[in-house]
Design a protein around this ligand. Structure first.
Ligand code: GDP
Length: 553
């Protein structure tokens, strides 16, 4: 049964139309704002204008193998000493010079960021450097990094790091990588392995030279006389400056005064800053630059282009926003828990896929054991994945990949981006503090009957940015409200790395010097927690209410 507000998929539409003898043509509504296509069609880069452009590099590898150290070393060694301001702030990308040529590094180590951008169609990276610690060898994330780079079809250079260590064993690294199909040149393969140390600086120059050689092979060319096309690497809303985006120019030249569009954001470029925060007039292909003057914060991985008029830019952005809104609405037809329960009751669903996250192994085993036993004549619980720790974006991604999957959290809570992602992909996350409640709920779903519940109403979340010790009051958490509101007089919990570590109530809530009852999203506030002083920067504070809900089937 569908109502007029529901969205139908293409197949259903065709069947329906066929029944009524109507012809259907499917239009791609994304085409109306496909400004990248328009840009590509508008004018070709002309070969006589081609110049060499800086290669764009992403560093990936296993945690603690030295990605950050390597980036930091390269940056500090290569930014001319005494240059005004030095390195002031993190902008998401920076450029260094070697042999009179430029190399751009994307300063977001990790394959998640890389893949996230790639999934949005962005191909910013020319070469991937996979860092492997010589004393540790190939680890799970090394494999992932290699897989991600291979999937992107990007050349890989291996930086064998921590060569200063006595326990360094580069041959083991070579052998392990050869097994993954990454064979070193000196073993007859085609991959460069560069021994380096991010601690002593050994081999870093070789690494940069290897990058340039690889760039030569790629023949990276661009036409600076064109209108600009760039990729958004990072973006944020900054006090006093408004939306700020770091982009890497792919083709053409970016100039102050350009009228640009990037996803739902558009505007006239007010100012451009280089990677050291210094105002510049223009940015050339391959260069990173910070853009000021956009109407909104564009998403990472979004393509930015310049267009002729403000009207065109606005139009593209508006259409894209409208498209996203429609897409969001269409998600509302995803199944809710109640519907799941109904589907099981009707026999439409034979298994209930769940993902379980718990704070400790003991609870996890207990939950798994109990859930495996829940079944009625036809239905059973299918544990898709079970793990220790907070609910992560990859849990949400996994849940969206299997239909009707729910996430069950025990003593853990989703925060920040995880919550948003779950909301936007229509994934239901249920969290519990008592094992029996969890088991009861799942039993009720499986038996096709949802019992009356005391539902928890989530009021809001805030992230702790600073902690102050205040005489008499104790420790006060300086927060920014990231979602909903934080209220006085309701319950709160403290969440660290996605795990609940304390539950209690607010003892004081202040904005600047004033006591307040409520602080809304985007605002800063000081929160005192009754009976708790161990608050840390990066913790989340969540305020919630318990509401009784009527029984429903
Ligand atoms: P990431 O997680 O890959 O970003 O790794 P980090 O850059 O944070 O490095 C992890 C640890 O290894 C830190 O304690 C670094 O000081 C250390 N480390 C990184 N590179 C080297 C190196 O070349 N030699 C030695 N001895 N230690 C290193």
């Amino acid at each position: 049964m569908f109502t007029k507000n529901d969205f139908l998929d293409k197949d259903s539409i065709e069947i329906l139309a066929d029944t009524f003898g109507i012809n259907v043509t499917t239009v791609n509504d994304q085409e109306s704002f496909d400004y990248v296509k328009a840009y590509d069609e508008e004018g070709e880069a002309s070969e006589q204008n081609f110049v060499e452009r800086a290669p764009v590099i992403t560093i990936m590898g296993h945690v603690d193998h030295g990605k950050t150290s390597l980036l930091d070393y390269i940056r500090s060694a290569k930014v001319a000493a005494g240059e005004a301001g030095g390195i002031t702030q993190h902008v998401g990308a920076y450029m260094v010079e070697k042999n009179g040529r430029n190399i751009t590094f994307i300063d977001t180590p990790g394959h998640e960021a890389f893949t996230e951008m790639r999934s949005r169609g962005a191909k910013v990276t020319d070469i991937v450097i996979v860092v492997v610690a010589a004393d540790d060898g190939v680890k799970p994330q090394t494999k992932e990094a290699v897989e991600h780079a291979k999937a992107a079809g990007v050349p890989i250079i291996i930086a064998v790091n921590k060569m200063d260590k006595e326990s360094a064993n580069p041959d083991l690294v070579k052998a392990q990588l050869a097994e993954l199909g990454i064979t070193p040149i000196d073993w007859g393969g085609e991959h460069e392995f560069v021994p380096v140390s991010a601690k002593t600086g050994m081999g870093i120059e070789d690494l940069l030279e290897t990058i340039l050689l690889q760039a030569d092979v790629l023949e990276l060319k661009a036409d600076p006389s064109r209108d600009v096309k760039a990729t958004v690497i990072e973006s944020s809303l900054e006090k006093g400056r408004g939306p700020v985006a770091t982009v890497v120019v792919e083709d053409g030249t970016m100039r102050v005064g350009d009228i640009v569009v990037a996803g739902v954001a558009f505007g006239k470029v007010k100012a451009l800053l280089n990677d050291r925060g210094i105002a510049v007039k223009e940015a050339l292909p391959g260069e990173p630059v910070v853009v000021l003057g956009l109407s909104e914060v564009p998403g990472a991985g979004e393509t930015l282009i310049s267009v002729k008029t403000d009207k065109i830019a606005r139009e593209y952005a508006k259409k894209k926003a409208e498209y996203l809104r429609q897409k969001e609405l269409s998600k509302s037809t995803k199944v809710s828990l109640d519907e799941l329960s109904d589907m099981i009751a009707e026999g439409a669903l034979k298994t209930l896929p769940v993902i379980i996250k718990a704070d400790v192994q003991g609870s996890l085993e207990a939950i798994k054991g109990s859930l495996e036993k829940i079944r009625n004549a036809e239905t059973k619980v299918n544990i898709v994945s079970a793990g220790i720790g907070g609910i992560t974006e990859s849990d949400v991604a996994l849940a969206s990949a299997s239909s009707n999957c729910i996430i069950l959290g025990f003593h853990v809570r989703p925060t920040g981006t995880v919550k948003e992602r779950a909301k936007s992909s229509g994934i239901e996350i249920k969290t519990y503090n008592i094992i029996y409640d969890l088991i009861d709920d799942v039993t009720n779903i499986v038996t096709g009957l949802m019992a009356p519940v005391i539902r928890e109403e989530n009021i809001g979340q805030a992230m702790v940015r600073e902690v102050f010790a205040v005489p008499k009051l104790g420790h006060i958490a300086g927060c920014i409200v990231t979602d909903g509101t934080i209220n006085r007089g309701v319950k709160i919990r403290v969440i660290r790395d996605g795990v609940i570590i304390y539950e209690g109530s607010v003892s004081s809530l202040k904005r600047f010097k004033d006591d307040v009852k409520e602080v809304g999203k985007g605002y800063e506030c000081g929160v005192g927690i009754e009976g708790y002083t161990d608050i840390k920067v990066g913790d989340y504070i969540e305020s919630f209410k318990e509401v009784e809900e009527k029984a429903k089937l």
